[in-house]
Design a protein around this ligand. Structure first.
Ligand SMILES: [Mn+2]
Length: 459
């Protein structure tokens, strides 16, 4: 078998069905996945409806309708095929499009997934787009959504840009004309909306000595050293996208010098951006990573359908709602970050941790942890524990670190998996960001046990 064959098998089944139910996940990858598939299926003249779930687990299986539609699981399903089996779904009623580790079950569900073929940097939206393109070439316009899904699922992070099939999808978008690939640009977040000094002060991959977390210093460097005018003639702040090639080079050269003098590596300074020329300038829709944040905000605050409507072109009421979600999301994350910084973390030899109790919704704790880490000791991965509003027996654990520590040997997924498994909990994620659920009675001592594992990783 090959990924191409799996993709055409899935596309064939969808094409031959009369009715499709899409079951997808509520993050940026899940929302773009759903928007890609819903449009592709509808364009093929097939009746379609969608369901979003936070996770596919026994309790959320009730949202999967008991009818004669084809169940299209996307961005989930591969690792939960036992639930589909338990539900009595046959291999003719199901297709799976995913990028998570697949589970071995008796029923041979048809699946398209890049992972078994070694494509680790291809998210569900990416595979979904390939299926959509196989259904009909007109779906090439949906490559843009796949780029957002891939970027939203951190597929561009490690290599400072998309690679392999995911990069080819970006090329499709460029060919169609709604994606512009900007190579060798500054690897940073917020190129379409953040004032320049704020953009630079938020830089944390790489962390730039003297500039990161120092908006005042960043402003001085831009104005007095690089000679950049920070405002536009209309008085508004310029953003990175407003700068011409020479201005960008001048700033990046100065940042490279700061890294170099501090003995830091330069390779993560440059990265690739994916801009959407069909979207309005100065909005979060203008580039892949900011667009993904907006969708994540919708998902985390339980408005995945709003995010999906935006993906399908709504720029009216749903878009205003999405903007509201994004503002709210940022505000709560900022509050959480301030709480962590005010309260202070407990430092161990190989991690720092804090318990935030029930103060913040568990859906944003991981993001808040990542933001706080950029202002704390960057050599110690951060762990945040919190309680769940819907399950008093469990504690959610979120961990974040940075690329430097991953290169030094830190693997948060492995650490959390090992530490939570022996407690009967469950953990997963990536080297750089991972989460786990553990029983409440085991929360004491958990940070110490993860600390020991991290120490071994670095030994
Ligand atoms: Mn995904």
């Amino acid at each position: 078998m090959s990924l191409d064959k799996d993709i055409s098998a899935v596309a064939g089944i969808i094409h031959d069905s009369k009715k499709v139910t899409i079951i997808s996940h509520i993050d940026a990858d899940g929302i773009t996945s759903e928007a890609i598939m819903r449009q592709a299926v509808a364009r093929a003249g097939i009746e379609v409806r969608s369901v979003f779930v936070r996770q596919l687990e026994p309790i959320t299986m009730k949202h999967v309708p008991d009818d004669d539609s084809l169940k299209l699981f996307i961005d989930l399903g591969a690792g939960q095929q036992n639930l589909l089996e338990e539900r009595g779904l046959s291999d003719r009623e199901v297709v799976i499009i995913d990028h998570h580790v697949t589970q071995d079950v008796d029923t041979q569900y048809i699946q398209a997934n890049g992972l078994p073929y070694g494509h680790e940097k291809l998210s569900a939206a990416g595979v979904g787009y390939l299926v959509a393109r196989e259904i009909d070439d007109v779906n090439i316009d949906l490559a843009k959504l796949a780029v957002i899904g891939n970027v939203g699922d951190m597929m561009a992070r490690e290599n400072c840009g998309l690679i392999g099939p995911a990069r080819k999808i970006a090329d499709d978008g460029a060919e169609f004309g709604n994606v512009e690939i900007v190579k060798d640009d500054l690897n940073c977040y917020g190129i379409s909306t953040r004032p320049l000094h704020i953009l630079l002060s938020f830089a944390d991959d790489p962390h730039i000595p003297g500039i990161s977390n120092r908006p005042g210093e960043a402003q001085n460097m831009l104005t007095y050293e690089a000679g950049i005018q920070l405002h536009k003639p209309n008085g508004k702040w310029k953003v990175w996208e407003d700068l011409d090639e020479d201005e960008r080079k001048s700033i990046m050269g100065r940042l490279a010098l700061k890294l170099h003098s501090a003995g830091e590596p330069l390779e993560r300074l440059r990265g690739e951006h994916y801009i959407f020329p069909d979207e309005r300038k100065y909005t979060p829709l203008r580039n892949a990573s900011e667009y993904a944040t907006m969708l994540n905000a919708c998902g985390r605050w339980v408005k995945p359908y709003t995010g999906s409507a935006v993906c399908c072109g709504d720029r009216g009421e749903e878009y205003r709602e999405a903007e509201h979600m994004l503002r709210h999301h940022r505000k709560i994350i900022r509050e959480m970050m301030e709480y962590i910084l005010d309260k202070g973390v407990t430092e161990y030899s190989n991690l720092q941790y804090i318990h935030v109790g029930s103060r913040f919704p568990d859906t944003i704790v991981g993001i808040g942890a990542g933001m706080a880490l950029s202002k704390l000791n960057r050599r110690l991965p951060i762990m945040v524990l919190c309680y769940l509003s819907d399950d008093p027996e469990l504690v959610k654990v979120s961990m974040r670190t940075n690329e430097t520590m991953v290169q030094a040997g830190v693997d948060l997924q492995a650490a959390l998996l090992e530490a939570s498994e022996k407690l009967g909990g469950a953990g997963g994620g990536h080297k750089i960001a991972a989460g786990a659920y553990i029983p409440k009675e085991s929360e004491e001592g958990f940070a110490e046990s993860v600390n020991r594992i991290l120490r071994q990783q670095l030994a």
